[in-house]
Design a protein around this ligand. Sequence first.
Ligand SMILES: Nc1nc2c(c(=O)[nH]1)N[C@H]1C(S)=C(S)[C@@H](COP(=O)(O)OP(=O)(O)OC[C@H]3O[C@@H](n4cnc5c(=O)[nH]c(N)nc54)[C@H](O)[C@@H]3O)O[C@H]1N2
Ligand SMILES: Nc1nc2c(c(=O)[nH]1)N[C@H]1C(S)=C(S)[C@@H](COP(=O)(O)OP(=O)(O)OC[C@H]3O[C@@H](n4cnc5c(=O)[nH]c(N)nc54)[C@H](O)[C@@H]3O)O[C@H]1N2
Ligand SMILES: [Mo]
Length: 784
Amino acid sequence: MRDSRFGNPERESEVPFKPHSSHWGVFSARMIDGELEVRPYEGDPDPNQIIENFPGALRHRARIAQPMVRRGWLERGPGPDEKRGQDEFVPMAWQEVLDLLGRELVRVRDGFGPEAIFGGSYGWSSAGRFHHAQSQIHRFLNIACGGYVRSVTSYSSGSSQVLIPHILGNHEELAKHNVTWEQVEKDSEIVIAFGGMALKNSMVAGGGISKHVERGVMQRAAARGCEFILVSPLASDLPEEARPEWVSLIPASDTALMMAMVHTLVVEGRHDRAFLERYTVGWPTFERYLLGEADGIPKDAHWAAPLTGVPADAIMALARRLHGKRALVVVSHSLQRARYGEQPVWMGMVLAAALGQIGLSGGGYAYPLGAIAYYGRRKNAVKLPTLSQGSNSVREFIPVARIADMLLGPGEAYRFNGKTLTYPEIKLIYWAGGNPFHHHQDLNRLKKAFAAVDTLVVHELAWTATARHADIVLPCTMTLERDDIGGSSNDPLLVPMRQIAPPYGEARDDFAIFADLAERLGARDAFTEGRTVRQWLEHLYEPTRLGLVQLNLPAPSFEDFWESSGILVPQGPDDGGNLRAFREDPLASPLETPSGKLEIFSETIASFGEADCPGHPAWLGSGYLPTESAPLVLVSNQPRTRLHSQLDFGGHSGSGKHRGREIASMHPKDAAERGIADGDIVRLFNERGACLAAIALTEDIRPGVIQLPTGAWYDPADPTEEKTLCVHGNPNVLTEDVGTSALAQGCTGQLTTVEVERFDGNLPPIRAYDPPLSLPAPASHLDG
Ligand SMILES: Nc1nc2c(c(=O)[nH]1)N[C@H]1C(S)=C(S)[C@@H](COP(=O)(O)OP(=O)(O)OC[C@H]3O[C@@H](n4cnc5c(=O)[nH]c(N)nc54)[C@H](O)[C@@H]3O)O[C@H]1N2
Ligand SMILES: Nc1nc2c(c(=O)[nH]1)N[C@H]1C(S)=C(S)[C@@H](COP(=O)(O)OP(=O)(O)OC[C@H]3O[C@@H](n4cnc5c(=O)[nH]c(N)nc54)[C@H](O)[C@@H]3O)O[C@H]1N2
Ligand SMILES: [Mo]
């Protein structure tokens, strides 16, 4: 039960390494002479380097040292203000700033009701089951303020989370309890991955992961003879260990490619009619559309070739290769993070159904295997420590990526999942554990949206652009500065995350901040339940311990767990989940869809009447056709050297930049047409904004496509200027702030269209990590 793979640290040195965990893996760390040392978990066969952002970041000047209040807000009081993001800050003592914020929360709560508080607070924050910022803030707002307007779905899977329940059943089951890496290693004969399964992505798993298995599995499966086909504009989306064959396609055309493949199967009689009849509804309607009987356009390979950039005979050959084999269709999250993002997710299911493979070991449909490391693994068989969030009395919510629409259009109506809803009127935004100036699209528009509220409160460990736009900035501890419990639903290692370093400056735990604020709102005891952090950890651990007792397994006491380097909890069987059970007996184990079957045609979705998401998968055109002023498609995917924007000021993230700028990849042909050479600094621009980036030339990208990862901190050249240049390379100044469709309203950040030119001006300095200007506190503002 006890995991001893951290070695025996006591003997190695007088300063022991202590276990800790992060979204990018389990590790251990120690402080020696004021320097942080980190090393990956020894049981991890393929650890990654993102943990190397910690040493440089821990005491970096970008950390926030003390509470700060924006000068304009202090002087003029709460209210809409265009100066957010440009203003100076006034430092304030904890007691005073909490008094001030307590009064402001009471003003809004009692004057406008909790439905005027937006507390969605989307973001990945840090691993750790207790100091999880979203759980803390939601619990605080529920208990002390009577609730808040929340957000639903995620930036990750905004369209699939709404679509899947209509057509396949439970989203979480499909993603986390379906085809595993064990099955791929053993049984898959051919894997076609739309959007790939890039190792850079499976470095990461929310809650932490102890073993990165993806590279090894793909290597061993390929050695056994399993074929891997990568469909993507980027060749790097499958590792070379998988020996992939690269099908380079035009971004956002996967739906057309899949349709033409299914068309080939049908006209050649290679589709699995028995499967379609027994396990699906709506095939006949879809088949009429596919064959062109409904609209006169057969969705065949010749139709798809110009749309996808893949030759017709290559499309037909692909379809034939999948037929008659244990075939696995993988669709990454990225495909649905774009206009009409529902379609490729739906069509991927139809392709796997036409092949008759759904529910087989190593076959069928594995949306979104490889996108995050907690997919493709066994589920834990005991409950994880979980902090209760209390209950929210406010019913209003928004689809998470509609935040700017809400702030700019209170009272406006919009469609979501078959309903017409209206945006609430928000007075106060409270954020802890997320970075909307990282995750949201069209940052120039977001700036206007954030100018519209009375008050923006942010807990942060560093001066992100979101913190810079806040009125009240409260410095919080970094994960290394506190004790916690690490664990993930699909990883067996439960980790005592032990404090490695003292808090930076005056930083405090989110929990401690909320406890003191709750006191000012008369709710300290309700919020803390009288427990210290240590008592909370013991309390949260207890259900897991009882779960072990019930299974007759060794169940270490909290003290023993805490002194260990991690304990292994049991995991469930690799049984294929709902889809396997459904295949084995569709009557006894129906899917959680209206018909109980796979829905190729959904009467429910058809009844919503949305033009941009009809009742069956449809080719709705590309959302990203090049134009004269924006002829290149920009792919803004996840970064290799960090998680989103987190610790962008750390050394590993910095090492992935050139002359301080984020690196964009471009095909030599597109570069030559523009007089751009490898290593040049360029300006990417479109009607929404512009940013600088450094250029790396590569043949591994499709011509007509440029790729710039997310996460370089937004760094406006002149914050007072509208649509000012981001000098650092944040692609979200370019992306479009629209929903995937009226069905799901998901994030569409992955793709947009841009033009690129060489930047020959003086290179502006990077100032994103410099703390903003702060003033000494004027005495008159501190006593009122
Ligand atoms: N263009 C484009 N945009 C995208 C995407 C894309 O593909 N393209 N992808 C989207 C996706 S999938 C996602 S999930 C989002 C991610 O968006 P976010 O989850 O918002 O991004 P992070 O950088 O992880 O932000 C987490 C923040 O929490 C802070 N933090 C860490 N620990 C703590 C803590 O203990 N307490 C507090 N208070 N704060 C803490 C970190 O410093 C950081 O600023 O981005 C989305 N944005
Ligand atoms: N290192 C690292 N790993 C991460 C994260 C991170 O920030 N850093 N974030 C994590 C999170 S929160 C999430 S949700 C997942 C996201 O998982 P994904 O959304 O799957 O990840 P991305 O890297 O955005 O996109 C994967 C690839 O899809 C390809 N692609 C883009 N558009 C298209 C298209 O139209 N068609 C096809 N066929 N391919 C396309 C791109 O080449 C891209 O590299 O990643 C997780 N993993
Ligand atoms: Mo995500």
